[in-house]
Structures are given as C-alpha cells and as structure tokens.
Design a protein around this ligand. Structure first.
Ligand code: COA
Length: 196
C-alpha cells in the first residue's frame, strides 16, 4: 500500500499506512487513551502477523494518532455475512427455533471483523477515522476477498455508529451485556459482494 499524504478537514495532513511492529507501543497508547477495551502487546503482534495488511495506522508529523485493526474469519452465520438482519426480519409465528436456526446458518464464508478503531481525542472530526475505515474496506476487499465486514459497537457510541453508517454498515443484531460493564453491543455489517 502506498502511504500518500492525505488532507482531512481544514487541510489537516496525515498518512494512512500499514502498521509495523515498532508502532505497537504508540498504537497501545492510542487504544488506552480512547477505549476501555484493551489488549496485550502480544495480541497486537499476533494480529500484525496474521492480518498485517488490514492493520493500519494514521500518522501525523511522525506520530501515530489513530489505528484500525481487523481480522479475517470464516463464519456460517448469515447475519455476519450481511444476508440476514435480526433487528428487521422477525421470524414468522409458525417458525420454530430449529427452523430459525436452520434459516440463519449456511455454507461458510469469509468475513472481515473490525477488532478496534480509534483516533486520539485531539485529532478527531478531521476525517482520520473515515480514512482509516475507507482503506480497511479497500484492503479487506482487494487482499482478503471477504464477502462482508462486521463489527461490534456500544449501543451508546453515537460517534462510532455514525461513522459506520456513513460507510454503509447496518445494525443487524443486539448482543445483550456484551461489554464488561454490562452495556449491550450492536453488531453492524457491511456487505461487500452482491447477494446471489
Ligand atoms: C469513532 C472515531 C474513531 C471517529 O474518528 P474521527 O477521526 O473523529 O472520524 P471522522 O472525523 O472521519 O468522522 C467520520 C464521521 O463519524 C461521525 N462522527 C465522528 N465523531 C462524531 C461525534 N462526536 N458525534 C457524532 N458523529 C460523529 C460523523 O458521521 C462523521 O462524519 P462527518 O464529519 O461528515 O459528520 C473516534 O470518535 C474515536 O476514536 N472514538 C473513540 C474510540 C471508539 O469509540 N472507537 C469505536 C469503537 S467500536
């Protein structure tokens, strides 16, 4: 991936590029300052080794100000493939639990999973989060050939939900008590391939 300088809003200059192992300390600082969901150093190394092309950082004047980390998974769950929406498609009265399960699961497919995205507070609302998401979508499509991309987000996290909706992600499921403090998560999905 070429790391060309971009301009966010009001001419704010930054670069989006693939993460390197020497960036991990700074990525951890961005994560710790931005989110209660934190990871060990070795987890970042693992993600970098496994799906490094989809681990991106935003750099401004030599400093890491944001990141996005993704992994690639196989799933049988049609909701995660962007083929079913649990929030809008309620099963018919006559449909039993087994029918619903059968309907919801199918042949496996490859999907991208956004593990984490964050931008340091002082650099937000300048287009950095959008640039990270756009490049992650490009890479997951072109290098990993995924059918869809999904993620979990706190139901109260309006800035992130707005960002994801801007990129065409849809709320498809609620996971009750997903976060350690008991908050629910929305699962949001963006389908990349046409539905056959
Ligand atoms: C979510 C996050 C990554 C967005 O980064 P960002 O660099 O500010 O994003 P952008 O400037 O590209 O904004 C993109 C869109 O996100 C939405 N958005 C961003 N901040 C917002 C806010 N404070 N309130 C409402 N919408 C917001 C808007 O739709 C915005 O588009 P617009 O500027 O055209 O209105 C950033 O707010 C962040 O790091 N939050 C803390 C970490 C976090 O919650 N991560 C997500 C975990 S699931």
């Amino acid at each position: 991936m070429k790391a060309e300088e971009q301009e966010g809003s009001e001419g704010f200059p930054f670069i989006i590029r693939r993460a390197r192992e020497e960036d991990i300390d700074q990525v951890m600082e961005v994560n710790l300052a931005s989110l209660p969901e934190n990871y060990w150093y070795s987890f970042y190394v693992y993600v970098l080794n496994e799906w490094g092309d989809a681990f991106l950082v935003a750099e401004h004047q030599g400093k890491i100000i944001g990141y996005i980390m993704n992994r690639v998974e196989e799933t049988h769950d049609k909701v995660l493939m962007g083929l079913e929406n649990e929030l809008t498609e309620r099963p018919g009265k006559s449909e039993g639990l087994l029918d619903a399960i059968r309907r919801r699961f199918s042949e496996s497919a490859k999907v991208g999973h956004v593990i984490s995205i964050a931008v340091l507070a002082e650099y937000r609302r300048k287009g950095v989060g959008s640039a990270l998401m756009q490049e992650a979508i490009n890479v997951l499509k072109s290098k990993y050939d995924v059918d869809a991309i999904y993620l979990e987000v706190r139901v109260s996290n309006t800035p992130a939900i707005n960002l994801y909706e801007k990129f065409g992600f849809e709320k498809v499921r609620i996971i009750k008590g997903y976060y350690r403090d008991g908050e629910d998560a929305y699962v949001m999905v963006k389908r990349l391939k046409p539905v056959q």
